[in-house]
Design a protein around this ligand. Structure first.
Ligand code: 6GU
Length: 285
């Protein structure tokens, strides 16, 4: 997968080079290009914004700067061709060929995976977008290219997105019901959620099959050694060696935590028919 980010604060994206994402870059699973929007500014002041039509506070980012920037990033031409991909911050590890896993093996809808629309996804982080969820991350993890357009101030001239729809599948997304100063931190969040789902990025393939949200419930508590710590004992079932009982206990804990923290998710699971009589019994107690 190749990720590109267009921003006026390229240094904000430096964390992409570290830890899990850095390792994916090092192993050739991921390429990241970070582009400074000001490289497409026309005037000596490199201005990228202007006052809003209709008045009001704040500034709006200019279409004559964003338009050519997005054209060049999709084609990797102009200043975008010169922008090297980020190097990993990690010490070199020998390249390994990632295990090839088909869209079907990943559990994706075959039609969605092969609908033939090869336009890159243009992600626009904005509090006005649709919620970014684990489903969004799963869907994007099968893409060849994702381009993130980071706006600041009061946003980007709407015509930029109307026009970009010719070359991109445009998706406006929000992390939640609060306002960030710009999209950069949101891009770090989304990139991490997406990249860890790419086959071969996490060491243990099972480790995201049991994630919170993967089955619509939150994960319950976890314990490790020692069995007694500061007079607190690990629940006895976990040391019983009875795997059936452990699985049932984990399911109960997930149900109880989800009911406490996110009753909306319990309601959704019930509506999908994902809760059996035993589940409903645990929730009823
Ligand atoms: Cl994705 N971007 C910005 N700028 N603000 C946000 C957001 C995204 N999600 C919540 N607030």
């Amino acid at each position: 997968m190749r990720l590109d980010v267009v921003t006026i604060f390229p240094e904000y994206l430096d964390p992409l080079r570290h830890a899990l994402l850095g390792r994916a870059i090092e192993r050739g699973i991921l390429e990241v290009g970070v582009h400074n929007l000001r490289d497409w500014a026309h005037d000596v002041h490199k201005s990228v914004d202007d006052t809003p039509f209709g008045g009001g506070p704040g500034m709006v980012m200019k279409p004559e700067v964003w338009g050519p920037a997005l054209d060049d990033v999709v084609a990797l031409t102009g200043p975008a061709a010169a922008d090297g991909v980020l190097d990993s911050a990690l010490p070199h590890v020998p390249a390994t060929v990632p295990e090839q896993v088909s869209a079907q093996d990943r559990g994706e809808d075959a039609a969605a995976a092969s609908d033939g629309d090869r336009r890159p996804v243009l992600v626009v982080p904005t509090p006005g977008g649709a919620p970014f969820t684990q489903d969004t991350a799963q869907r994007w993890s099968g893409e060849d290219r994702l381009v993130f357009a980071c706006g600041r101030y009061e946003g980007i001239d709407q015509r930029v997105f109307d026009d970009a729809a010719q070359r991109y599948r445009v998706e406006e997304v929000s992390l939640g019901d609060y306002v960030l100063i710009g999209g950069e931190v949101a891009v770090l969040v989304m990139a991490e959620a997406v990249v860890r789902l790419i086959p071969g990025v996490l060491g243990n393939r099972r480790s995201h099959e049991e994630d919170s949200f993967q089955d619509g419930l939150l994960e319950g508590p976890a314990y490790t050694k020692p069995r007694v710590w500061r007079d607190l004992e690990v629940p006895a079932v976990l040391t019983s060696g009875d795997h059936g009982k452990v699985d049932r206990w984990r399911r109960d804990q997930a149900l109880l935590r989800t009911a406490r923290q996110r009753p909306d998710l319990i309601e959704a699971a019930r509506a999908r028919g994902d809760l059996d009589r035993q589940d409903l019994g645990v929730l009823g107690e």
